[in-house]
Design a protein around this ligand. Sequence first.
Ligand code: ATP
Length: 586
Amino acid sequence: MLFKDTASYYEKLEGTSSRLEMIDILSELLSKSSSDEIKHLIYLTQGVLSPSFEGIVIGMAESFAEQAIAAATGYSKDSVIDAYKRSGDLGTTAESFCAKSKLKRINSKRFEVNDIYESMHRIAKTGGTGSQELKIRMLMEMLSASSPLEARYITRFALGRLRLGLGDATILEALSKAFTGSRDSKPVLENAYNICSDLGRIGEIISKDGIKGIEAIEVGLFSPIRPALAERLPTAEEILEKTHGECAIESKYDGLRQQIHMDRKRKKVEIYSRNLEVLTPMFPEVVKAALDEIDADSAIIEGEAIGYNESTDQFLPFQETIQRKRKHGVEEMSREMPLTLFSFDIMYLNGKETMTRPYHERRKLLESVLKKRRMIRLSDRIVTKDPKKIDEYFNNVIEDGLEGIMAKELNSKYIAGARKFSWIKLKRSYKGELSDTLDLVILGYYLGKGLRAEFKFGGLLAGVYNEKDDVFETITRIGTGFSEAQMKSLKKALDEIKSKHRPARVNAVVEPDFWVDPKFIVTVRADEITQSSMHTCGINNGKGYALRFPRLVSDGIREDKSAEDATTTKEVIEMFEMQRKSKLSG
Ligand code: ATP
């Protein structure tokens, strides 16, 4: 398929904010691509070069791209910079410079989708001395031979800012429509995506082998599983009711979630984060322990890694554990702050998936492969039918400095990628505050007044994720809780993704000074959930949900979560109901 045709589809996608229309346009595009290019087409359309766990990222500096545009069109870099200042989008700037290029253009070049993908891949992989010049030259060569519209998307892509605003759910629905004729097969595709986490692979398989091929996708080593998530309930009684009268109660450790894949034959270990990025180089002691302590030929286990002092039996707070997520000084930090992994699940053992076995069997398997229990231990737990025992356990873990408990239904399978009542969390509540924090996605920001004018930052417009419609909805404006350093770093990060126009998939009635692409998550505490006509979260009859006295509690942006990991509209509605009930009961 020619990239020229793909670019026209991208232009159509940009022109609509209707999700159904997006699905139609995208499914037409996908159905036109051949099975040996669809994988790359999907990555390009997502604005990436690989699934996150393969870690090939593109993100050229703006100044390199400006230089490439200038060189490809015969203008000075300064004139490109001037035009960019006016347009605010280097993609459309490249487009207009290509349209009025002073140089003879190589019109004979007809880029295929795979040509563009491979060139971008080469740019991303080029490193070492002289790599900057090389990258600029590669981009320049592409821009010299592209049409103006192709140049728009090539430039945005090189910067890592394609901004088509397509969520995973939308791509899955479009794939279903393209290859089965309707959106009805989305659940089958979603199921496959939850166990392989790779939309490109899903596209390739459905295009080659149809829905049968998708149904045959299995859990495998080094292909991370999308994590199971927990619902919330406020009391032990309600937890027992939901879990049919008996459940396991585990300590809820507040550290870093890790999914560990181990293959003994190849002596290979990979560690994936909650949002499926590779953490392996950051945790050498976990890699060693996986080979030393997991008594199996191959396994996928999951747990929470947390700083833990055995002699005092104390856990380090999350803010300290998170220091271990770093690229430099890894060995030193691993000596200074060794982690303990409290493992709580096993999804694969010796060549077979174990996800579909009931929790109580998985726990037995986990206990049987973890006998040494030095660095990798088991999550502490009880199994009970008694609400008093749950309350007692809860009070003990809070005293130990943990954040709460996780209840697990004894007969449930591991439900990848979904928030279900097979796992239920109950967290400590503070006086006059919601018992849980919210992970909100930043949708825009305001310019500062008074003292804050200096930082040009006056707070955030934040929202939640509506899973059902695959859109983001606003819930609050956050004006407080920022340190000076946070204001500066937030402003810097947001300026890179700001826009004058409301991004696709964002529903809002308020207007911030600048919109930003839904990308970054912050954790927020509030006193209460209220109802308001200002926000679109769960909007019904003109009334949505909003937060009273919201304040930032994460130390800036949460690197371990992506936009679609934000608290969902459904969760907010449930939290509102929990709050109403607890008010009624005094
Ligand atoms: P939170 O911010 O409350 O951790 P979350 O959205 O990151 O929420 P949830 O699925 O709602 O994730 O809560 C479960 C989280 O708790 C998991 O992501 C996991 O990292 C952590 N956790 C800690 N201890 C356990 C445990 N024993 N079993 C399962 N998950 C646990």
